[in-house]
Design a protein around this ligand. Sequence first.
Ligand code: ATP
Length: 274
Amino acid sequence: MGGSDGSGGSGLVVHDLSVGYGPVRALRQVSLEVPEGAVVTVLGGNGAGKSTLLRAVCRTLSFHGGAVTGGTVSLNGRRLDGLSPDRVVAAGVSQIPEGRRVFARMTVADNLRAGALGATGGRTGRAAALRRVHELFPVLADRAQQRAGLLSGGEQQMLAVGRGLMATPRILLLDEPSLGLAPLMAERIADTVREINAQGTSILLVEQNAALALRLASRAYVLEVGEVTLSGPADELAASDEVRRRYLGVVDEDAAADAEGARTTHPALTRWKG
Ligand code: ATP
């Protein structure tokens, strides 16, 4: 990834991105790539800058009082920075924000229609997108005329994901899809993410649930206080002492001793700072 200036390459390329909210510097020279067809995850604790990164990609930072102060974002060689949020959707990027935000008073069907507003595929494209969403989430077809606010938390998350898919994105940005869901429902959402990816949509997944995210992704980045501190193949990260200790909650003495004793080196991991 190193030498890219952000304008070339296939997939999503974030290069040297810096973001501030007034005086608060939320991201510092963050670079990452989501190759076409890949699932990539960004791990990090509270306040690391994960949501900020997604907002910067889909150009919604200004709604939150933030601004990009440096760097570039491109999709398949086309610069996204500088576009309005609706043009970013039209360019093939859908964001599912944290917190299962659905229009509670609108019906399930109208929520899905709203998701297609930025899409470029016309009537046929919308019909195909709706079929795909109903196949992935049959409950959304069953409940089409029900108000979205009456759905369970898990069903609202399905609706939020379904709404994002209505724009037929090339890449889906998912902000903590498992947050607040019971383990079984979180697994269900994970299965769907796999299926969506298998159908050809790239995924950028932001998660605090590192175990789940590392199972889904082929590549992972660790974000700490606005900077990428570690990145590499997801299975290598999952095996690294640091990630196991800090993000996978490995606390048992034997594992800690093993990790300490082995001091395994992971050649495929890139460390940004000591
Ligand atoms: P969480 O997992 O808790 O959602 P996060 O990794 O998504 O955290 P961000 O929400 O991106 O982190 O926040 C990154 C930094 O930017 C934090 O220091 C946060 O306080 C700050 N920040 C986020 N949103 C705003 C805002 N609207 N105005 C000012 N500062 C903000």
